[in-house]
Write a protein that binds this ligand. Structure first.
Ligand code: 5GP
Length: 183
């Protein structure tokens, strides 16, 4: 295992957060990158822990000053990874995981070809729709927007290094461990 930067993407509601949490619990030497976003915090989310929550103006200012390694607009909000943050983590010798959308992942790969891109896919589109609705965190319009994004993401995932199908949590976590160890 000599790669340092791993990028995990998956459609909304695919359960990638749960798979990643399972992986990180077992592999505490890996750290999860904290992204910036213009999205409002969901209940229980903490600034500086789940995300750095920025205003639209603050986010635009970071774009103008070339502060992002990558950024993307997703379902009406902007999300980005700060260059300085990643470079500091790598300089500290940490293995770092970015949980970002597919568009951002492909931008990272362009700038850092050594990054390993892993896509977590749903067993089926229907299974994903059920999971997304079951979360009860978004309204109908947002859900529709996100389902449309899913189709685009599945297309982009074809350029990823690896794909894991999350039909069983335990097996998805083990597969992720195996892919990272073999990368
Ligand atoms: P959520 O709003 O559900 O937390 O995240 C929505 C989407 O934004 C997810 O697909 C997530 O992976 C993506 N995302 C989170 N942080 C970043 C980031 O820094 N850059 C990019 N490109 N996407 C991100």
């Amino acid at each position: 295992m000599n790669k340092k930067l791993y990028v995990i993407s998956g459609s909304s509601g695919v359960g990638k957060g749960t798979v990643l949490k399972g992986f990180l619990d077992r592999n505490p030497n890996f750290m999860l990158s904290i992204s910036c976003t213009t999205r409002a915090p969901r209940q229980g989310e903490i600034d500086g822990v789940n995300y750095f929550f920025l205003s639209k103006e603050e986010f635009q200012n970071c774009i103008d000053n070339d502060k992002f390694l990558e950024w993307a607009e997703f379902a009406g909000n902007r999300y980005g990874t700060k260059k300085k943050y990643i470079n500091q983590c790598l300089a500290d010798g940490k293995d770092i995981i970015l949980e970002i959308d597919t568009k951002g992942a492909l931008q990272v790969k362009k700038q850092m070809p050594e990054a390993v891109l892993i896509f977590i896919a749903p067993p089926s589109f229907e299974a994903l729709e059920t999971r997304l609705r079951g979360r009860h965190t978004e309204d109908e319009a947002t859900i529709q927007k996100r389902l449309n994004e899913v189709k685009v993401e599945l297309e982009r995932a074809k350029s990823f290094d690896k794909t894991i199908i999350n039909d069983d949590l335990e097996s998805a976590i083990s597969q992720l461990e195996a892919e990272i160890k073999n990368a």
